[in-house]
Design a protein around this ligand. Structure first.
Ligand SMILES: NC(=O)c1ccc[n+]([C@@H]2O[C@H](COP(=O)([O-])OP(=O)(O)OC[C@H]3O[C@@H](n4cnc5c(N)ncnc54)[C@H](OP(=O)(O)O)[C@@H]3O)[C@@H](O)[C@H]2O)c1
Length: 271
């Protein structure tokens, strides 16, 4: 739908991408109600309303569902997320569980709570913010990639399940984006592997375009779009492309080896 007709409810509105998206959507004429764990929208986050909610709790999900009803939200953008980077062998089980909860289970439960009211509207859109890493497995992102792969798979199935009804399901898949989401370790890994990144404003424009186009999904970055297609067709053929990503992971004790690896890395850059 056109932005001017959109009454957007957006999780992750206090984050780097959410903040830029709220500005972009409002400039195009949308109303935006943001969701975050803080009591109010952080300074510089331009929204028409704010919901304080921890999406990992039933109370938070209920608060967002009530706000969506109050504001008659017809576009839901699920941009809240939690990062996870590092060798899987050194990833604490509690961290893996928390990431899967935040990035996969929480959006599923929120959508389940919102669906009845969205299905009563003449037209509504649900936009999941996934990741290129949800379609391409990259060393260092096994848990994060699993959470986003789950989200992509859920969105695809839900889109087909709801086809013919008023609720349209879409997925936006950014590649690396310059926000606080990425730690210094991740940035060093990007540098060592030649990983390209976008500004949050670029992602915000892609989100607006996705909402207005009604397309099922949008991947940001031409190399990533190609890699996603190749990976889907012939994934094993890409296995050899990730040696630099693998070798430049931080060591078991958290000792970064990026500089040494960057000097010897010979594999092509990847998403
Ligand atoms: N940055 C990237 O490189 C990149 C690339 C591809 C995809 N993505 C995806 O894009 C989305 C936004 O990322 P970003 O870069 O904007 O991250 P960010 O700046 O770190 O923001 C994360 C957002 O998630 C919210 N959040 C996290 N856990 C929450 C919870 N339990 N309840 C409520 N809100 C919660 C945070 O809200 P609080 O204010 O409550 O902390 C914050 O608004 C994420 O889904 C991420 O996976 C990011």
């Amino acid at each position: 739908m056109k932005a001017a007709a959109a009454r957007v409810l957006m999780t992750g509105a206090s984050g780097g991408i959410g903040r830029a998206a709220a500005t972009e959507l409002r400039a195009a004429g949308a109303q935006v109600v943001g969701v975050g764990r803080g009591a109010q929208a952080p300074a510089g986050v331009l929204v028409d309303g704010w919901v304080q909610a921890d999406l990992n709790t039933p109370e938070g999900v209920l608060a967002v569902a009530q706000a969506a009803a109050t504001h008659r939200s017809n576009v839901v953008v699920l941009a809240a997320g939690q990062p996870c980077f590092g060798a899987f062998a050194q990833t604490p089980a509690a961290e893996a569980a928390a990431v899967l909860h935040s990035n996969l289970l929480a959006p599923l439960l929120l959508v389940q709570a919102l669906l009845p009211q969205l299905q009563r509207l003449p037209a509504a859109q649900i936009v999941f913010v996934g990741s290129a890493l949800g379609r391409i497995g990259v060393p260092g992102y096994s848990v994060y990639g699993a959470s986003k792969a789950g989200l992509h798979g859920f969105a695809e199935a839900l889109r087909r399940e709801l086809a013919g009804g008023p609720v349209h399901v879409q997925t936006l898949a950014p590649r690396a984006t310059r926000t606080a989401f990425n730690s210094a370790e991740v940035l060093a890994h990007h540098a060592a592997t030649g990983t390209a990144s976008d500004s949050p404003e670029t992602v915000a424009r892609a989100l607006l375009g996705l909402i207005e186009s009604g397309a099922a999904e949008r991947y940001i970055g031409a190399p990533e779009r190609l890699a996603v297609r190749l990976n889907g067709l012939l994934g094993a053929l890409l296995d050899g492309s990730f040696a630099a990503h693998r070798r430049s992971l931080p060591g078991p004790a958290g000792t970064a080896t990026h500089a040494a690896v960057a000097a010897t890395a010979t594999t092509p850059s990847t998403p």
